[in-house]
Design a protein around this ligand. Sequence first.
Ligand code: SAM
Length: 241
Amino acid sequence: MPGSIRLFTNADLLSGGSVAALPAQAHYLGNVMRRGVGDAVLLFNGRDGEFHARITELRRDRCVLAVEAQTRAQAAEPDLWLVFALLKRDATDLVVEKATELGVSRLCPVITARTQSDRINPMRLTAIATEAAEQCERLSVPMLDAPVKLPDLLGRWPADRRLAAAMERVEAAQISGCAGVPIGALLVGPEGGFTPAELDALHRLAFVVAISLGPRILRAETAAIAGLALLQARGDMGVWP
Ligand code: SAM
């Protein structure tokens, strides 16, 4: 149903069941979208697919929905991770929203030598990712990791997951030149770029492939969005289960 309101829920979904929406969702349905009892909504939870549901009770901060027929079965989704150096708040918000739209399965914020921030507001970023997932019609919300230092992340990286490290001003292949190389994650640095020591460490790792996103120096958020769009366009996005 194009244009339907879609809501993410943590509840199990089954035809004939009922789901209590969160207070914020009740507010959104009643006060923002002016929906009422009897109106239809789509529900998904990242496990059971997507279901048609109907509002059976709606008050200021309480909404109950009757779950009706399944509209889409849960399908395997690309397993692509985005490793990104923390940026200023608005830029981080943008990266989380756009990465969700571009199908990323896991968001891995990292702290590098030149990152200007070392913390996130997980509830705020989860809300942004959830809203983006609801809007773009995906069936899951990406996982959000706690920020870790880049060397710690690289030290426990799964060796079979190729990490495409976006590097400006260095001799690196274009993504288009990596055809046939399955890539499981994209790494984007901070506004100040990676330090020479970080670049050296990345170059020494067997699971890292250095990639260029073209001759211009992109803002970090542009690099994340462009890199993910290019990976998606290759048609082999991520490691499939
Ligand atoms: N301050 C750095 C400089 O002037 O050289 C630029 C850093 S850039 C704003 C932030 C991040 O975006 C980089 O660490 C890199 O991961 C990515 N990036 C930007 N432009 C890129 C390009 N043309 N190719 C690959 N990665 C790029």
